[in-house]
Each structure stands twice: as structure tokens, then as C-alpha cells.
Design a protein around this ligand. Structure first.
Ligand SMILES: NC(=O)c1ccc[n+]([C@@H]2O[C@H](COP(=O)([O-])OP(=O)(O)OC[C@H]3O[C@@H](n4cnc5c(N)ncnc54)[C@H](O)[C@@H]3O)[C@@H](O)[C@H]2O)c1
Ligand SMILES: [Fe+2]
Length: 391
């Protein structure tokens, strides 16, 4: 096990629950509670600003994420953001958005690095200097309460650039936001596909935390079980009543994804994330969908290798919620998810036959933190088999 993963395993804290958490009905309540002012930089989407903030007459510095480009944060996007928001122009960061905006805002709260690349490859320290208030507008990443900021970076091998890109998580307790505000109303304009991708991502966080062999704690189990219960009930509701049924369940979805965030903050995500990171990095598949593409196959792999370990408790839990036999839990779960979001094969994203052998090499080098959290270990050949199965 690498040194960093070993330090995570050695961490004896049962729960890390750093932000103070609020729930509001409207953005205006938040603005009043925190006295938003001209020294606050608010990072959000133009559309969310138009719907929920424009008419409030706030004096904050509004910065629209759209102006730095779309998709997941990249080295270039982060540098553009740094250039657009001078460090001495704000005292506090208010992030209103999906995981991408929340992850970007965590970096705004820290001392500026010499280069973004060095920050992500741990050659520049993470130093938290400005408070961050995080308000999620998707129900997936849990980024509002986690100690990770993810970006697509230039890949390295032995300190040399490989010419490829990958996703890398910058991990430090110093980037956990100071406050979290849940405002279910803000999820209303989120279109169905990103909604479904993010909610499935939350389910994967809860599952990977629940199955985490070395870092699971009594509190992560509690939060992951509750998150799975709320998310699966929401998926059943949508499967029975259609996409619009989510609108009456947004509070539960945004709360469940926050619970899953608390769970994985301590227990960690695992190989679903580890193996999907080069997919997101290379072919820019949305985070939740790239995880989803591998999730079912990885669960089947675990169940085949060690069906009677912790995964048995997972199957019993899923079976209770979905009303099936424990032995059918994984297939019933995969079928339910297929009704929430059609499962695309990897080849539809641009993923090639060559990637089946190349991706496992990159995963072995760059994603040890996640692969060490496997419920059952992976050899390179196991990863190749799973990529091929999903191809
Ligand atoms: N830090 C962490 O702990 C962590 C964990 C998992 C994932 N991530 C990162 O989070 C990102 C994915 O986040 P995500 O799934 O929330 O997606 P996202 O932030 O990329 O948002 C998805 C899309 O929905 C739009 N959108 C978001 N909220 C909206 C709303 N309320 N109304 C209308 N449109 C809205 C966005 O503009 C974007 O186009 C990835 O970059 C991933 O790497 C971070
Ligand atoms: Fe995720």
C-alpha cells in the first residue's frame, strides 16, 4: 500500500463532520443569515443566478462558471478562474452549483499555488485561508462536505508528462467547506439526465463507503445505509411514476447525497471511482455516468469473489428496500438503475480496445488511494476483464 493510502487507513477518527450545516427554503434566507456583501465572491451558473439571485439586489461579486468553459474542472479552467478572480478581491467564497463548481470553490478558499499542476501533484501545499460556503444544486457528489477537489490534469509517470490526461483528486481536510446549506428548491431546474447521473453517483458513494474494507467506521456505515435507503426509494418512485415524480422528493435526494458525502469522507470511495477516472479524464464522460458504466460489473465481480463478506449485508439491505430476495439484489438493483438511466457501453464514449489494456496501467499508477479501498483486490487482468465486459 502506498504511503498516502496507509495514512488514510491509520487515521483513527470515527467521523469527520467539519462543516456547520443549514437547510433553507430559499436563497434569500441564506443571503440574510450570512449577510452576503461586496467582499463575497459567489461562484455559480448564469441560469441559477437568473432564477434565484438576480432579483435580491445583493452586492456580492457574482462570477459565472460558464465563462471558464464547460465540463469538469481542468488545469486550464482553474487557472482561468484564478486569473478572473484576484485573490485580494474577496474574503469569503459562496459556491452554488454542482460538484464542478463546489470543487472549484474549494480551491478559491486556498492560497494560490505556483501552478495548478503542482498543486494537484502535491508539490505545492494546500493552505486554507478563506471561508467557503457550499450550496449544492445537484444531488450527487457530496462535495459540499468532503475533503476532495477533483480535476482533469495532465497525466504523469515517474514525474514525466505522458501526453494523456487523467482525473485526480486533491485531498486535504483543509479544503472541507466551512458551511453547507441545503436548499432543495435549487435542484428544480436541473434537467433529468444530470439529475440521474448525480443521484447514481451518490448511490455509488454510499455503496463504496459501505463496502470499504479498511476505512469504514460506525458512522460511515450509519450514513451510507440511510443514504442508500433514501436514494433507492427515490429511484423506485421515479421508476413507477416517471421523471417528474422527483420534484416532490428533491429534499430527500439532496439530503441523501449529503449523507453519502459524510460517509465517504471517512470511509473513502473505491475502484468504481478509480477505474472511471481515466474515462472521465480522457473522454469527458460526466462523472456520475462514467461511474455508473462500471458500477454493475464491479458489484458482480465482488459478489463472485467474496459473496459472504460485507457484500452480503449490502445485498440484504438492498433486498429489503427493493422487495426482492438477497440473492437477486444486485441484478434487481442493476435493472432498476437501467430504468433510471440507460446504461451505455464504454465504446459509445470513444473508449477503444486499446484502452482496455492502457487504462489499468494508469489506474495502477494514479488511483492507488481508490484502488486500495477495494472490497476485493484487483489485479491488472481483473480490471481489463471489467473494462472489456463494459466495452
Ligand atoms: N469533491 C468531491 O468530493 C467529488 C466527489 C464526486 C465528484 N466530484 C466532481 O464533481 C463533478 C460532477 O458534479 P455533478 O455531478 O454535480 O455535475 P456538474 O457540477 O458537472 O453539473 C452537471 C451539469 O448540470 C448543470 N447544473 C448543475 N446544477 C444545476 C441546476 N440546479 N439547474 C440547472 N443546471 C444545473 C451544470 O451546469 C452542468 O452542466 C465532477 O467534476 C466530479 O469529478 C467531486
Ligand atoms: Fe463520485
Amino acid at each position: 500500500m502506498d504511503k498516502f493510502s496507509a495514512s488514510l487507513v491509520a487515521d483513527r477518527r470515527e467521523i469527520v463532520f467539519a462543516p456547520t450545516v443549514y437547510k433553507f427554503q430559499r436563497f434569500a434566507e441564506l443571503a440574510q443569515e450570512f449577510g452576503l456583501n461586496e467582499r463575497d465572491v459567489v461562484l455559480c451558473n448564469a441560469s441559477v443566478h437568473a432564477s434565484y439571485m438576480k432579483d435580491l439586489g445583493l452586492k456580492c461579486q457574482f462570477v459565472f462558471r460558464d465563462k471558464f468553459g464547460s465540463g469538469e474542472p481542468s488545469e486550464e479552467m482553474i487557472q482561468n478562474m484564478y486569473d478572473a478572480i484576484p485573490y485580494d478581491s474577496y474574503d469569503r467564497v459562496v459556491a452554488v452549483g454542482g460538484g464542478a463548481i463546489l470543487d472549484l470553490s474549494k480551491l478559491l478558499g486556498c492560497r494560490r499555488p505556483d501552478t495548478v499542476h503542482n498543486l494537484f501533484f502535491k508539490r505545492f501545499p494546500v493552505v486554507h485561508e478563506k471561508d467557503v460556503i457550499a450550496i449544492p444544486t445537484t444531488c450527487g457528489t457530496g462535495s459540499e462536505c468532503t475533503n476532495i477537489s477533483v480535476a482533469i490534469v495532465k497525466d504523469e509517470k515517474d514525474g514525466q508528462l505522458t501526453g494523456r490526461e487523467t482525473k485526480l483528486g486533491l485531498v486535504s481536510d483543509d479544503i472541507i467547506p466551512n458551511r453547507v446549506c441545503l436548499i432543495p428548491e435549487l435542484l428544480r431546474p436541473l434537467p433529468y439526465k444530470p439529475f440521474a447521473c448525480s443521484a447514481i453517483d451518490a448511490l455509488i458513494h454510499a455503496t463504496e463507503s459501505f463496502l470499504s474494507p479498511h476505512r469504514k467506521t460506525m458512522t460511515s456505515e450509519l450514513f451510507s445505509e440511510k443514504a442508500m435507503d433514501m436514494l433507492l426509494k427515490g429511484f423506485k418512485l421515479i421508476s413507477e411514476q416517471g421523471e417528474e415524480a422527483r420534484m416532490d422528493y428533491l429534499d430527500e435526494f439532496v439530503t441523501a447525497s449529503f449523507y453519502a458525502g459524510i460517509a465517504f469522507l471517512k470511509a473513502g470511495c473505491g475502484p468504481v471511482h478509480g477505474m472511471s477516472f481515466p474515462l472521465g479524464g480522457t473522454y469527458h464522460v460526466p462523472h456520475g455516468e462514467s461511474n455508473y458504466m462500471l458500477f454493475g460489473a464491479i458489484l458482480k465481480y465482488y459478489d463472485e469473489k467474496n459473496p459472504d463478506g460485507e457484500i452480503l449485508k449490502f445485498k440484504e439491505l438492498v433486498a429489503r428496500i427493493l422487495g426482492c430476495a438477497a440473492k437477486d439484489a444486485i441484478s434487481t438493483l442493476n435493472a432498476l438503475l437501467g430504468r433510471i438511466l440507460p446504461l451505455r457501453p464504454l465504446r459509445e464514449t470513444g473508449f477503444s480496445e486499446q484502452d482496455i489494456v492502457e487504462f489499468p496501467k494508469s489506474v495502477e499508477i494514479n488511483q492507488q488511494r481508490l484502488m486500495n479501498n477495494a472490497y476485493y483486490p484487483f489485479e491488472r487482468a481483473d480490471m481489463e476483464r471489467i473494462y472489456r465486459e463494459c466495452y
